[in-house]
Design a protein around this ligand. Structure first.
Ligand code: FAD
Length: 379
C-alpha cells in the first residue's frame, strides 16, 4: 500500500504523527519536511531569553529519534514542489515522485515581509522557526538596542523577552496601543506602561520609513520624523499561510488552504492542518486549534470520522512583566466592564446588551481567574 504522507514537521505534522501512533494506524507513514525535522515547541521562541535557553536547547528530539519513536519514515531538508491530486503523487525538489494513499498538508505559515527601504532593509530579521532564531541569536549577541517593527502579539512577546536579557527595546507600528487587535484599551495601556518602565520605548501611531545602516547599527526614520537607533531590527508584522504549493496544485485556497470541518481539502484524500489551513472559514494560527485538528484528523484517517469543533479558546500572551489571557469577543456590540487595578491586574468582561458575557481579558495577578471566567462564559 502507498504510504500516508504528512508534509511538515511543526506542531501540526508531528502532532498528527503522534495521534496516528496512538490510533495504531495500520498503513505506513512518511513525513516530509523542508527543515531539519527537529521536534520543538515553537511558542517558546518568544520566551527563550526569559528561560535563558538557546534555540538548540529547545530541541526535544531530532528527526532520527522521531522516526524511530513514531515508526515512520522521515525525509528532512526535502521540499514538496508539486502535488498531482488526480494521480495521487507528489514531486520532491530532487525530482523524485512519491505516491500517496492519503496526504496531509501541515506546511505552516510564513512571516509577512513589508516592503522596507534603506540600505539596512536587507538585514531586518523575522523569527518563525528554529533556524530563524539561530540567526537572530547570533546577531543578538552583539546587540544592546533592538528595534521591533510590529506591536502585535509576537512583537510584544519578543520585546518582553528581550527586556529580560537587559536589552533596550523600541517597538514601532501604526496601532494606538500594544496588541490592540486583541486587548481593550485599559489593558493595552497598562501593558504599555509596565513595559515602558522596564526599558521599552513605544513609537505607536506611526510607521517606519527607511532603515539606514551606519558604523554603529541602524537608524530607522519614522513617518513622524523621529529616528530610532538600533543594533538589530526585528520585523514581526504578522504571518500568512503558505499557499503556493496548494494553489499551484489546484487546491482551493483563501486565507488558508480551504477545508471542511473534517479537514478535507477540495481534492480527494488530501487534508490540511495547522497554520496553513482554513477550517470551515477560520484560519487560526495557534496551538490549541491545531491540537484539536490533529486529534480529529487522526480519528478520521483511522476510519472513525470526527469533525473539528472548537470550544472557546482563550489566548495566553507570554508577557511575563504583565501576563495576559484574552478571549476576544466576536462582536463589538456591547461594553467592557473592568474590575481591579491596571498596575497589578485587571479582570475585564465584555458584556452584550442582553448582559451576556461575550469575551474577557485577565491581566497581571488576575490571570489565575481564567477557569472562573470560563465557567461564567455561556456555552
Ligand atoms: C514566536 C512565536 C510565538 C508563538 N506563541 C504562541 C503561543 O504562545 N500560543 C499559541 O497558541 N501559538 C503561538 N504561536 C503560534 C504557534 O507556534 C503556531 O500556530 C504553530 O507552531 C504552527 O504549527 P504548524 O505545524 O502549523 O506550522 P509550522 O511550525 O510553520 O510548520 C510547518 C512545517 O512545514 C514545512 N514545510 C513548509 N512547506 C513545505 C514544503 N513545500 N515541503 C516540505 N515541507 C514544508 C516546514 O519546514 C515546517 O516543518 C507562536 C508562534 C511564534 C512564531
Amino acid at each position: 500500500m502507498n504510504p500516508t504522507i504528512i508534509v511538515g514537521s511543526g506542531l501540526a505534522g508531528y502532532g498528527l504523527l503522534r495521534e496516528l501512533k496512538n490510533h495504531q494506524y495500520p498503513s505506513p507513514i512518511t513525513l516530509i519536511t523542508a527543515d531539519g525535522g527537529e521536534s520543538y515547541y515553537k511558542p517558546n521562541l518568544s520566551a527563550l531569553q526569559t528561560k535563558k535557553k538557546t534555540a538548540k536547547q529547545l530541541i526535544m528530539a531530532t528527526a532520527a529519534k522521531m522516526a524511530q519513536d513514531m515508526e515512520a519514515e522521515i525525509l528532512t531538508h526535502t521540499q514538496v514542489t508539486a502535488i498531482d491530486t488526480a494521480n495521487h503523487h507528489l514531486t520532491l525538489d530532487d525530482g523524485q515522485i512519491k505516491p500517496y494513499h492519503k496526504l496531509v498538508l501541515a506546511i505552516g505559515a510564513s512571516p509577512v515581509r513589508l516592503p522596507l527601504t534603506g540600505d539596512g532593509a536587507g538585514e531586518v530579521l523575522s523569527v518563525n522557526n528554529l533556524a530563524d532564531y539561530s540567526v537572530f541569536e547570533e546577531r543578538l549577541a552583539q546587540a544592546r538596542r533592538v528595534a521591533i517593527i510590529g506591536p502585535g502579539l509576537i512583537g510584544v512577546e519578543f520585546a518582553n523577552d528581550l527586556l529580560q536579557s537587559h536589552r533596550t527595546v523600541a517597538v514601532i507600528g501604526p496601532i494606538p496601543w500594544p496588541i490592540s487587535n486583541l486587548l481593550p484599551e485599559p489593558v493595552g495601556r497598562a501593558l504599555q506602561q509596565i513595559m515602558r518602565d522596564n526599558g521599552t520605548s513605544w513609537h505607536l501611531q506611526t510607521s517606519n520609513g527607511p532603515i539606514n545602516k551606519h558604523d554603529s547599527g541602524y537608524s530607522i526614520v519614522l513617518e513622524n520624523n523621529s529616528v530610532v537607533e538600533a543594533d538589530l531590527v526585528l520585523s514581526a508584522v504578522g504571518i500568512r499561510a503558505n499557499l503556493q504549493l496548494a494553489t499551484q496544485s489546484g487546491l482551493k485556497t483563501n486565507r488558508g488552504i480551504v477545508t471542511d470541518r473534517w479537514l478535507q481539502t477540495s481534492a480527494p484524500d488530501v487534508f490540511a492542518l495547522g497554520d496553513c489551513a482554513e477550517v470551515d472559514g477560520q484560519n487560526l494560527p495557534f496551538v490549541q486549534p491545531l491540537l484539536i485538528g490533529t486529534r480529529a484528523l487522526a480519528a478520521t484517517l483511522a476510519g472513525q470520522p470526527e469533525e473539528v469543533r472548537y470550544p472557546p479558546m482563550p489566548v495566553s500572551i507570554k508577557t511575563s512583566l504583565y501576563p495576559l489571557v484574552v478571549l476576544p469577543p466576536k462582536t463589538n456590540v456591547g461594553r467592557w466592564v473592568f474590575e481591579g487595578s491596571a498596575a497589578t491586574g485587571l479582570v475585564g468582561r465584555f458584556m452584550t446588551h442582553a448582559d451576556r458575557l461575550a469575551g474577557f481579558v485577565l491581566s497581571g495577578d488576575r490571570i489565575s481567574e481564567k477557569e472562573k471566567l470560563m465557567e461564567e462564559y455561556p456555552p
